[in-house]
Write a new protein. Structure first.
Length: 278
């Protein structure tokens, strides 16, 4: 365009809108908004988790009561009747053996029902609740015998997610039951170890131990490994004749993001997707 030429009409007209530019107050406002949003999301997610866990625990308590009043009571009644029949009837040797087998099956069924009821008990998610519940389980199974039972927690104790608490309790129950039934131990240590982002349960006895390559008939060890696998936890059993046995299960604990962490992630995301100042 030469110097004398008229200006294009757009240049001569009034300015309707300037292009938007990010300024410091805008950015501060935006950050405050993001922090507020993160706080709201954090609060709502926390509430939802709480409501869901509370509903699950209430349902479990109802189930535990129902199982106690039906299943466990029936096993106790059947066992009582069978025992009376066995003692009072003049049974042949073969019938006596059959009656004893039936009584043993009822006893195991009753024991299993009690174990399931104990596993439904609320309060396992707290680390001290878990350690106490396992110690009580060991005391109940050892029936006031000479076994010295110790339960401990170390590291920074945290709340356990429901699936981890359930799995640890079930594995703990089986490891304790094995020690009491097979090890002839004098001492049992039940411990929970909290690491930076994992938690481990150890059940250790000083009993007879066993050769790991031997053929094992029961479902217990296999079941413990399967339960751990189902939640992505690591299962380990170390034993040897005369060396005692240690069962270890280790689960990853994803740390629940805190409010500053939510906010930090939100700001990082915005910076990555591009706020440009000029
Ligand atoms: N803590 C232990 N001390 C000594 N021996 C053990 C211990 N734990 C397991 N065992 C041995 O390993 C075997 C297999 O254990 P597992 O729990 O799989 O089956 P079980 O206890 O015999 O039967 P189930 O668990 O099905 O009632 C046991 O029979 C026992 O010989
Ligand atoms: Mg077993």
């Amino acid at each position: 365009m030469h110097p004398g030429a008229p200006m294009p009409s757009a240049s001569r007209g009034a300015v309707i809108a300037l292009p938007f530019r990010w300024s410091a107050p805008h950015i501060l406002l935006m950050i405050a908004g993001v922090l507020l949003m993160a706080a709201a999301i954090h609060f709502v997610l926390g509430r939802l988790r709480l409501w869901r866990d509370r509903a699950v625990l209430e349902e479990r308590q109802r189930l535990a009561l129902e199982m106690h009043d039906t299943l466990a009571q029936s096993f106790a009644g059947i066992g009582f009747q069978l025992q009376a029949m066995r003692d009072e009837l003049r049974l042949s040797e073969s019938l006596r053996i059959q009656a004893d087998t039936a009584l043993e099956m009822v006893r195991r069924g009753h024991e299993e029902a009690k174990r399931s009821i104990a596993a439904l008990r609320p309060g396992l998610s707290g680390s001290s609740g878990m350690a106490d519940a396992l110690r009580r389980e060991a005391e109940r199974l050892s029936n006031g015998g000479a076994l010295a039972i110790r339960a401990s927690i170390d590291g920074q104790a945290r709340h356990l997610p429901l699936n981890v608490a359930d799995t640890f309790f079930r594995i703990g129950q089986e490891a304790i039951s094995n020690s009491i039934r097979h090890a002839g131990a004098t001492r049992m240590d039940i411990s929970l170890h909290f690491g930076k982002d994992d938690v481990a349960l150890l059940v250790k006895d000083d009993g007879s131990g066993f050769e790991l390559n031997a053929q094992h008939q029961g479902f217990g060890i296999c079941g413990m490994a399967k339960r751990a696998d189902r939640i992505g936890a690591l299962f380990a059993l170390s034993s040897g004749a005369g060396k005692g046995t240690t069962v270890t299960v280790t689960a990853h604990l994803s740390s629940r993001p805190t409010l500053p962490e939510h906010a930090r992630r939100a700001v990082k995301y915005l910076l990555r997707t591009g706020i440009h100042t000029s």
